[in-house]
Write a protein of this length. Structure first.
Length: 116
């Protein structure tokens, strides 16, 4: 299995994670942008996905912040089999915290893992 299809599978599984009940419904624009970013991630285009996710996060989408944090998380990048994309633990931590504040339960686990 090549790294792009492996990344697509990991992203697909992550996309099925349930957001916390307190998360506000995403705007139609954020939903569209997140879908586009996931398609880019499935193609292995992390740089372009980051740009799209930054725009989605600007709309206040906690899910966009969480997915954007994943693109900076060194552990997630390694899981995806990413080459040539640098992780940034500080940025990932900041975005996971924002996602957690927005109601994404999984973000707390990711924050704790980064702190280990």
């Amino acid at each position: 299995m090549n790294s792009i299809s492996k990344a697509a599978q990991v992203i697909g599984v992550a996309a099925m994670g349930q957001p916390a009940a307190v998360e506000a419904p995403a705007s139609p624009e954020a939903t569209r942008l997140i879908a586009r970013a996931r398609a880019l991630l499935g193609q292995g285009n992390i740089g372009a996905a980051r740009i799209v996710l930054e725009r989605a996060a600007e709309t206040g989408s906690a899910q966009a912040s969480f997915t954007l944090a994943e693109t900076y998380d060194p552990v997630i990048l390694s899981t995806w089999g990413s080459y040539g994309t640098r992780g940034d633990t500080t940025k990932a931590r900041e975005l996971y915290a924002k996602a957690h504040a927005g109601g994404i339960r999984d973000a707390k686990d990711r924050l704790e893992r980064l702190d280990q």
